[in-house]
Every structure is written in C-alpha cells, then in structure tokens.
Design a protein around this ligand. Structure first.
Ligand code: ARG
Length: 576
C-alpha cells in the first residue's frame, strides 16, 4: 500500500491500543474508492471485546476523527459497517509524492530495507548439451527479476548460473560420440547436433541395452580425468554455452557468477567425508545414501556404487561453498516445482550436518509454461527453443510497429530495431511475470503482444506516450505547480497507485513474487489510462499552469512504470 496506510495506522494505534504494525496488517482497500481510500477491519477487535463490529467501528471512527488535526493527509474518517474508512487528501498527496518522484528519478520506489545483506539467487541454470528450452524461460525470467528487485530493495543479490555440466548424461554423449560423433557438425550446428545425438543414443538403446553400461563407464572415465573424455566434454560445453549466451544477450541478462556443477568436483569429497564422520551414511545394494528420518523425504542418494557422484552431492557442496563465500541472509533456488523433493532432501541433509543456516535455503518453485500455439514447436518435435521464441516475438513486434505507423501515416521510429527488440522481449517477459509464480502460464501470441491487454507492450506504450507528451509540451517539467489542480478523485487514485510501488516491491521481495510489482504497474497504467480516456481531461491544454501540473503527474507515472519494469528486467523504448 502506501505511506498513507501507515499514517492511518499511526492514528488508529493509540485508539485501538495495538502496535502500529499490527494495525497496519488490518488495513486494506475498500471495494469502491467512493467509500474511502483505506479501510480498517474491526472484526478481530470485535471478537476480542465481544461487541458487534459496526458498533466498534463507529466508536473508533469517532475517536480517530477527534484526534485528527485537520491539516494532515487524511480526512473524512467514518464507519462503514464493520470498517473504519478514511480518505487521503488529494492535494497533500500530490504535494508529497510528485516532487519526490521527480527528484528521485530512477531511485523512486527503491528502498534501503535490505541493508546490503547478501542473497545468492540460483536461476536459469540450464544443462549443457540440452537445448535451452522454453521451460528454462521461467527460471531465467523470474530469477532475473528477483535479482533486480532485491537490489532495488537494498539487498546485495548475487545472480548465480549453476550450469548442469556434469552427470551420467555426459557418459551417454561420450558413448554415442564414439559411434557417430562429428566435430565439424558440432562446430556448425552446436547444441542442435548434441540433441540429435541424444535422440540417437536412446534409439540405439532399444536394440543395444548394453549401451547403458558403456555410458556409465564413460562417465566414470570422465570423472577420473581421462584426457580425451575431458577434451570432448569441453567441446560440448563450449557449444552449449555459446547458445546460452546468445539467449542471455537477447534478454539483457548477465550473471554475477557462472559455475558448472563440475566446479564442485573437488568439494564433494569433504562433504562425503563429513557425512561419514557424523555417521550419516548407509551403504545399500547399489548406492551410498543418507537416511533422512522422515517418511515423506525418503532417502537421499549421494554416491552410486561405481563411485560416481550425483546432482544432490554437487548441490550440497555448492551450498557449503555459497555459505562460505557469501554468508547469505537467504539463498534462493529458482527451480521448477518438479524438483521440490530434491531441495527438501538437500535442506534436510544440511540440517543433519548441523548447518545452522539450513533454514535460509529457499527453494523458489514455479508452474509450467504451456503453449497454445502449435506453430511454435519446431522441426525437432516437441522442443520449443527459447531463442526462436524470442526472435519471433521481436519479429512480430516489428510487424506491429510497421503496421501501426502505416495506419497513422507516421514515419517509422528511428531506432526500429531497438524498439522492436524491447517490445518483443518485454512482451514475453511480462507475460511470464504477471502471473503468480506457482501458477502455470499459458503462452499465446495474440495475448502476449496485445498493446491493450494486461501486457508488457501496454505498459511500455503508456510510458512512451507520456514521453511524447513531454516533447509536445516543449518546456522543462517542473515540480513548482499548483497541486490544488490535481485533487480530483481520479488523480488521487493514480497518485496512491504510484505511491504504492515501493510497498509492492517490498512485498514482492518478501514473497519472491515479481507479480506483485507487475500488478502494481498495471494498476498505475490503468489509472492513468482512465484519466487520459476522459474527454474533459487532457494533459496539455491552453492553460499552462494546468498543463504543467498534469505533465508532472504524467511524468511521475512514467517514472514509476520505468522503474518497476526495470526491476522486472524489461526495458522501455523512449518513443513508440
Ligand atoms: N540444471 C538443473 C535443471 O535444468 C537446474 C539446476 C538448479 N540449481 C541447482 N542448484 N540445483 O534441471
């Protein structure tokens, strides 16, 4: 919510005899703004005092009204059924919020709350020799947004790409490579060729089940440092990273730390030794495992019979490494819900090892991505390549811009490429982030790129349009305006939405939920659009004073959109 919810809570606290924070959690928004901007629900109090809620509401409203000095930001406290409602004074809100937005600029809505605490965010983390599919998009986009949101909230996020470059699948690749590997094709076709090899391996497996053992043996060779195996593995790795990096460049994403699982090779032995020393290991028929003492968690495999290590073992070593390196406040793992058991096991093993920080390890899962458009599945069947989706989005954005300028008989923007890129990529990213993280996302081209729905292009367009108004105004934007001209109900609602950006950020960081920011941005844009759609409301008119005031309001709107979109990892074209 906004600073005024807090002001209201501070007024209520002495009257109801509760701490401000507790009162604040009971404040919400009335269903209609005509009823008030904030409402305090009296149900819990009524229960405690065994009195009817409306009666208590009336008493509280009266007492609060008596304690208000009249000149503050709040006015018209009254009981509405079981609620105590209040209005924000529009003129005061404009005077307090708008100059702040103008002077703080890119810093508007940011907070120091994190106090510089370190938060490693493990995200994207694709697997070598497997295509960067659309299912990795969610982790990449959500993780990137969380990194930026944490930074805006005053934390020190560390974006970590935990590349899957180790494991039995490399044994399979090495095995099939001996039969049909072609370095020339690897160089020219990269990851697509590696995928073909995978498919071939599995095809051959049908007639030659013994290949499974060959693969296992090859991975063991790789783990024991065989030079040729290592050389080939490096080639696969390079080919894959080249593709991943192209996708990251398209998305404008950089990591603070990219380490493959292979990095933890030498760090696994100490963990295994410690597990043994603490008597936590048990030998089974074909593996070494940790008994977790919890039926739901089962047992955790940490080593196979042939001595090769597992995903979990590497994650344990990586967690220790991250703790030693960062002493984190919390460590996020933005990984699909399918790996919930893996992370629950990992946390439990850390707990058994006596890592007092195990509670700070947080699996941050998300739902699946579903495509409604068959056309997007590529030649190779079911796999949808992220790079192709992003390129297609940019292409569609370009077509839309070209069609739009044709219709309006305008010239194309000078930087058509940048513009199409930001809109296309922004559309795909926002479509993902506007949903609650754990929900499944549907991907449908028409919805994603719609300039009018709840989309990235809609928000970008709103911001760009305001920039054009600034051009049209033709004089500097000033905070020296008559705030009384901005106290209509529509303006006040917009102001409160703008002022709510910081709270949305903090709630979003707390819950690792970028959609809270997305929701707030949509509300800001919609409130602005509602004003703008009114026949009697123009930003620029013959009245200079009024134009300056409205331009200031519009500029704060744009600043809030730019900042919030930036936290989500979305860039805005200057003009559209
Ligand atoms: N490479 C894994 C996958 O694509 C995700 C790794 C997530 N990070 C981690 N520390 N386990 O499924």
């Amino acid at each position: 919510m906004t600073r005024y919810a807090r002001t209201f809570a501070a007024l209520l606290a002495p009257v109801v005899g509760k701490p401000v924070e507790e009162v604040l959690s009971g404040i919400g928004k009335p269903p209609k703004p005509e009823l008030g901007h904030f409402a305090y629900a009296c149900f819990p109090l009524a229960k405690e005092r065994k009195t009817a809620p409306p009666k208590i509401a009336a008493e509280i409203a009266e007492a609060v009204a008596a304690s208000m000095d009249g000149g503050g930001a709040l006015r018209d406290v009254k009981a509405v059924g079981p609620y105590v409602n209040v209005f924000v004074d529009g003129r005061t809100a404009a005077r307090e919020i708008l100059p702040d937005a103008l002077t703080r600029g890119a810093d508007f809505g940011c907070s120091q709350q994190g106090g510089g605490a370190a938060v490693p965010v493990d995200f994207s983390s694709p697997n070598i020799a497997k295509p960067f599919g659309i299912h990795h998009l969610r982790s990449t986009v959500i993780g990137h947004a969380l990194v930026r949101m944490l930074a805006a909230a005053g934390y020190r996020p560390i974006g970590i790409n935990h590349i899957g470059d180790w494991g039995t699948q490399f044994g399979q690749l090495l095995a099939i490579w001996e039969m049909e590997g072609d370095e020339e094709r690897l160089r020219s076709e990269g990851i697509h060729y590696l995928l073909e090899l995978y498919v071939d391996f599995n095809k051959r497996l049908e007639d030659q089940p013994e290949l499974r053992d060959v693969a296992r043996e090859r991975f063991r060779r790789l783990e024991s440092g065989d030079a040729e195996c290592r050389r080939l593995w490096s080639l696969f790795r390079e080919a894959s990273l080249a593709e991943f990096n192209r996708v990251y460049a398209l998305l404008g994403i950089a990591f603070d730390d990219t380490k493959g699982e292979s990095f933890y090779e030498d760090l696994m032995a100490p963990v295994l030794e410690e597990l043994a020393a603490k008597d936590l290991l048990r030998e089974s028929e074909d593996a070494t495992l940790v008994e977790l003492g919890d039926e739901d968690l089962g047992t955790a495999l940490v080593k196979k019979r042939d001595g090769s290590t597992l995903y979990l073992t590497r994650d344990l070593a990586a967690a220790d490494y991250r703790w030693r390196t960062y002493h984190f406040d919390r460590a996020l793992y933005v990984v699909g819900g399918a790996q919930s058991l893996h992370f629950a096991q990992m946390k439990r093993v850390l707990e058994l090892l006596g890592r007092e920080w195990h509670e700070r390890v947080i699996h941050t899962p998300f739902g699946m991505m579903r495509f409604t458009d068959r056309k997007m599945s590529t030649r190779k069947g079911d796999i949808i390549y992220l790079e192709e989706v992003l390129e297609r989005a940019v292409e569609l954005a370009r077509e839309t811009i070209e069609a739009g300028t044709r219709d309006k008989d305008r010239g194309l923007p000078d930087d058509l490429d940048t513009c199409a890129h930001r809109i296309g990529v922004g559309a795909v990213v926002f479509n993902d982030l506007k949903n609650r993280r754990v929900r499944d996302v549907t991907f449908n081209w028409d919805d994603v790129l719609n300039f009018e729905g709840e989309t990235g292009p809609y928000l970008q367009y709103t911001a760009a349009r305001i920039a054009s108004m600034g051009d049209k105004l033709g004089r500097p934007i000033t905070a020296q305006v008559d705030f009384a001209t901005l106290d209509g109900p529509g303006e006040t609602q917009l102001l409160l939405a703008i002022d709510g950006l910081e709270a949305a950020l903090l709630r979003g960081v707390e819950a690792s939920e970028p959609s809270y920011v997305a929701d707030q941005l949509l509300e800001i844009a919609q409130r602005f659009s509602t004003l703008y759609a009114r026949r009697d409301w123009k930003v620029i008119s013959a009245d200079d004073g009024l134009s300056d005031a409205r331009m200031l309001l519009a500029t704060a709107t744009r600043q809030a959109l730019l900042n919030g979109l930036g936290w989500l990892g979305i860039e805005v074209p200057d003009r559209m």
